[in-house]
Design a protein around this ligand. Structure first.
Ligand code: AMP
Ligand code: MN
Ligand code: MN
Length: 333
């Protein structure tokens, strides 16, 4: 990426009084956090801002209900049809915008802000830092370039994105600059302990029950992934219904399944109650590039955390995935 992309992004944001923000479907902490952070900053600059995502249900995931800037959100049905400036967050490709994907062609300018290695650069201006731990960190770089202050209101959603995508500062993406950024965010006085508790340590009793159920049905296949091992489980729409859970409530299941040391790769297949499609989450421990594997199956993500969507039945989807994992080269670790 050229430095002029950053300059072009600053110019676009300065010159537009109305800005439409969109993040990827079924938003996680980084998608929502990075979008709200820039949205609040733009509103502080006196601009008209709307923000949304293109999947149902249009409900704030429980962990993010306390974030500032939620009043910027509008349902996809109220999102401008042809915005002068569309800004996308944490979105590696146009299809990840779901119902808002058509706004990319309809907008006059599209600014893509992201950190996915698989990003397709679908914007008219692309600010993509593939080394960044979170899109939220890229937003702070932009705000610094614009000489905008990092207020506590902005810092809270940024921290949400950073803590989500680094797994609470545990993943390899946690560089010294991540901790320096975290220090800046904490200096604004944000309730970081409460933010983390909501993300990692708070769930309904139904979730605890579901966790037991899906962990009990997990399968270990030691010979898969070229002998490195595969562990996987599935969450059906009926499971979600039984325990009154949304898809966004079960994002953390993969973090439990991937604990199994016998397996290099962990997989959770979730049936989306809205469209009936399988949302497949994959994680590896460093010896396999699951981002490349998922990209080959029509999805994307990062090297060690990636996903794809499948319209095939579960057993067929697992067969495809096993085949792709068996063929993928083992990285030097
Ligand atoms: P998840 O397993 O949903 O937590 O996603 C892990 C990573 O893979 C995130 O960076 C997602 O943005 C990305 N990802 C998940 N599903 C898809 C998909 N269908 N297409 C592209 N990227 C995806
Ligand atoms: Mn994301
Ligand atoms: Mn991200």
């Amino acid at each position: 990426m050229t430095s002029s992309a950053w300059d072009d992004a600053v110019t676009l944001l300065r010159e537009h009084d109305e800005v439409a923000l969109a993040c990827h479907v079924n938003p996680d902490g980084d998608a929502l956090g990075s979008m709200l952070a820039l949205g609040i900053a733009l509103r502080d600059m006196g601009k008209q801002v709307v923000a949304s995502w293109g999947s149902e249900p249009f409900e704030i995931p429980a962990a993010y209900e306390g974030l500032p800037g939620l009043d910027l959100l509008v349902p996809a049905s109220q999102f401008p049809a042809s915005p002068a400036l569309l800004v996308t967050f944490d979105t590696g490709s146009v299809d990840r915008l779901g119902a808002l994907a058509d706004r990319v062609a309809a907008a006059e300018h599209v600014l893509v802000i992201d950190h996915h290695t698989t990003n397709t650069c679908f914007g008219t201006v692309n600010v993509i830092d593939r080394g960044a731990a979170a899109t939220a960190a890229v937003v702070v770089e932009l705000l610094d370039l614009m000489h905008r202050p990092l207020t506590a209101e902005i810092a809270a959603p940024v921290y949400t994105g950073l803590v989500t995508d680094t797994g609470s500062f545990k993943y390899a993406a946690t560089t010294p600059s991540v901790h320096l950024l975290a220090a800046r965010l904490l200096e604004t006085g944000i309730p970081h302990d409460e933010i983390s508790r909501q993300i990692w340590d708070t769930a309904s009793f139904g979730y605890v029950k579901l966790l037991g159920l899906v962990c009990a049905r997990a399968v270990l296949e030691a010979d898969e992934v070229g002998g490195l091992g595969l562990v996987w489980t599935a969450i059906g729409a009926d499971d979600l219904d039984r325990y009154a859970l949304a898809l966004s409530d079960v994002e953390g299941v993969i973090d439990v399944v991937r604990m199994a040391r016998e397996a290099e790769v962990a997989v959770v297949l979730k049936t989306d109650p809205e469209d009936g499609l399988l949302k497949v989450s994959t994680r590896s421990k460093g010896a396999v590039d699951v981002g490349a594997v998922c990209a080959s199956l029509g999805g994307g993500g990062h090297r060690f955390a990636a996903g794809f969507t499948s319209d095939a039945p579960l057993s067929e989807t697992m067969d495809c995935l096993r085949r792709a994992l068996a063929e993928t080269p083992h990285l030097a670790t």
